[in-house]
Design a binder for this molecule. Sequence first.
Ligand SMILES: [Zn+2]
Length: 93
Amino acid sequence: MAVNFAVDLPQGTPMGKDHRKGMDVIRQSVVTCPRCGARAQREMPTDACIVVFECDSCRVVLRPKSGDCCIFCSFANVQCPPVQLRQGVNDAL
Ligand SMILES: [Zn+2]
């Protein structure tokens, strides 16, 4: 005799992969050069981290500060998509 506790579980809940529950990731980020102050808007890839950035103005090559995963986290006004997602998850908890 089985007591069925599972009847109320939602059917077809997607596991893994495609659970982008309407969370918008900002793809455009404005990098501010710490050396000359020049700003450059760049589109961030969602599946990779940009770890080298050359300033259009003074040609300095930026690399992430220690602890940051990419130059957007260190020098831009918007952090990279993976960090945005991580923060979104943390905020929801
Ligand atoms: Zn610069």
